[in-house]
Design a protein around this ligand. Structure first.
Ligand code: 9MR
Length: 540
């Protein structure tokens, strides 16, 4: 009984939320500033200076809107006119209050730095030197028969697990470097380039020098338990060369060659990256159907591989992204023709599984997007902006069941926001800029559970992510700067969630890999968006 009571108390404490929901990091002086309080509320609210307790702004409550999922009533508290830097708290007439937040000229800069530091924490050395990796039976070639040992050091662990996957890692460096290329003078870029290089060096070792094909992943047969890297004893393998891994590699290497060649300190590696990219592209042209199907592969080869699949049913978008990057880097007309051959019929915000958007981003940054592509993007942005009207959390994200799935905070909320900013740079529509900020506000606390979904940031953030490194490092608490997957009604982990509402299907326990894992691709969206918003904030 005592145990049950304790558990109940503990759960209540964990789920207790400040009554006024707000972006817990804060706002830029000239940005839109909206908090949300639960319940129909028509009274007044005050913004109070934390330093001296003075009321600096007062207003009456705004619109009340019902959540499409829970039916809860949410009332908006708009304090946009307050633009004086400081630290504040919101207090409503009936005594509800928010957590403390800032108004500051660089309010998201610490988020960008912490998101970058998280990559450094994910480095696979020294835990896994990966100097003795075995060629899996699915990956053999004449020069590398089964059991050959190769060396593939560096690179980040993918996520809560200790494996390294080319599809996801290439997407990750691709999205982060797209931000470096677009916001070229951002002060953090030097560190970002250094950190991305750590992974690119690993990726180069994943190419079969015999034919240019790229191994899909470097992995143990089964996921390791929750043990320290040093305790891991399973053999690590490189597995099957695939067309998706090879094209994502080709794209990210071409992009990296173009960006790093502007810096003399990288002059040694740049030609190797460009050559590796073209060789990979050549292999992909010869193997267009070499998709990754773990189930079929395991029927044919031993040992069975059970780790993350990053599988795909089509390599069309990977062909498009790689063609775009190679065209921009080499200037060769051949890649331009291929790019047009694979050009998609609409814009999709990028995710690891659909990389078309990364092709659009590269072309837009270089002023090479076609009129049709520009229309695709603005059409996408307009549809997003429309979705924000009359929403309970003042955000285009989070109002439809489709917004909630494995990794949705990154792959929908943040990826949409990044896309909106490419649209904003294209036509200057201020609404796109505001909507991108609103999605960040949602992520950082203005959401149903009142979570700032980045570890170590804000006043209520995940403390038990599904993260082997953090869970086994003998230091209580999470590693900072990691975005978690977020609410996922799929609940594939079988955990006992506290809610069935799609936007509340999130559980801060280590076991919840479907809602509470961390991953490099998710941090890529976080880093890119934090850099972008911090750069664009003077335009508010
Ligand atoms: O991010 C991936 C998500 O889109 C898939 O639905 C999910 C299930 O296949 O896998 C996610 O990726 C995981 C990868 O396979 C292994 N490392 C952890 C990743 C994040 O959960």
């Amino acid at each position: 009984m005592k145990n049950i009571l304790f558990t109940l108390l503990f759960l209540t404490a964990c789920t207790a939320r400040p009554q006024v929901l707000i972006n817990q990091l804060g706002h830029y002086p000239d940005g839109k500033k909206i908090a949300v309080t639960e319940g129909p509320f028509t009274g007044t609210f005050r913004v109070v200076d934390e330093q001296n307790g003075e009321t600096v702004y007062e207003n009456t409550a705004g619109e009340t809107v019902a959540s499409a999922f829970s039916g809860k009533m949410l009332t908006q508290l708009d304090f946009t006119p307050l633009n004086k830097p400081g630290t504040y708290r919101i207090i409503t007439e009936n005594g509800d209050s928010s957590s403390v937040f800032s108004i500051d000229d660089n309010v998201l800069a610490p988020l960008a730095s912490t998101a970058l530091e998280a990559f450094t924490l994910q480095r696979s050395e020294p835990g896994h030197p990966d100097t003795s990796v075995m060629i899996h039976a699915s990956a053999i070639s004449p020069e590398r028969p089964e059991g050959t040992i190769i060396s593939c050091p560096k690179g980040w662990y993918d996520a809560g697990d200790y494996n390294k996957y080319i599809v996801n890692a290439s997407y990750t460096t691709g999205l982060v470097l797209a931000g470096c290329e677009k916001y070229f003078n951002y002060p953090l870029n030097e560190g970002i380039l250094e950190e991305m290089m750590y992974n690119l060096q690993w990726a180069l070792t994943m190419q079969d020098p015999g034919d240019g094909g790229v191994y899909h992943k470097l992995t143990t047969p089964a996921f390791e338990g929750f043990i320290k890297p040093a305790e891991c004893k399973q053999q690590r393998y490189v597995v099957q060369k695939t067309v998706t891994a090879t094209l994502d590699f080709a794209a990210s290497m071409a992009q990296a060659a173009r960006i790093y060649r502007q810096f003399p300190e990288y002059s040694q590696i740049v030609p190797a990256m460009e050559e590796a990219s073209e060789n990979a592209y050549g292999w992909a042209l010869d193997h267009p159907d070499a998709l990754y199907n773990q189930f079929e592969m395991n029927k044919q080869f031993d040992p069975d591989i059970q780790t993350g699949a990053y599988g795909d049913r089509s390599a069309r978008d990977e062909f498009f992204w790689a063609s775009c990057e190679l065209y921009l880097t080499t200037g060769k007309g051949y890649y331009y023709e291929k790019m047009m051959e694979y050009a998609p019929g609409s814009f999709t915000a990028p995710t690891w599984g659909n990389v078309d958007g990364l092709g659009y981003f590269a072309l837009l940054t270089h002023g090479k997007a076609t009129e049709t592509m520009k229309q695709h993007l603005t059409g996408f942005c307009d549809s997003i902006a429309l979705k924000s009207q009359g929403t309970p959390y003042a955000s285009s994200y989070g109002n439809s069941e489709r917004d909630f799935f494995w990794g949705c905070l990154s792959e929908s909320c943040l990826s949409n926001a990044i896309s909106l900013l490419y649209g904003y740079e294209l036509n200057g529509n201020r609404d796109y800029l505001d909507q991108a900020f609103h999605n960040m506000d949602y992520l950082l606390g203005r959401n149903p559970l009142g979570y700032c979904y980045v570890t170590g940031m804000g006043t209520k953030s995940p403390v038990n992510p599904h993260h082997r490194l953090a869970a086994t490092d003998d230091i209580p608490g999470p590693l900072p700067g990691f975005l978690v997957g977020g609410p996922n009604p799929g609940k594939q982990d079988g955990c006992d969630y506290l809610s069935d509402f799609p936007d509340e299907s999130y559980l801060d326990v280590v076991e919840s890999y479907a809602s509470n894992e961390i991953a490099i691709n998710w941090n890529a969206t976080l880093l890119h968006l934090a850099v972008a918003l911090d750069t664009l904030s003077p335009q508010l």
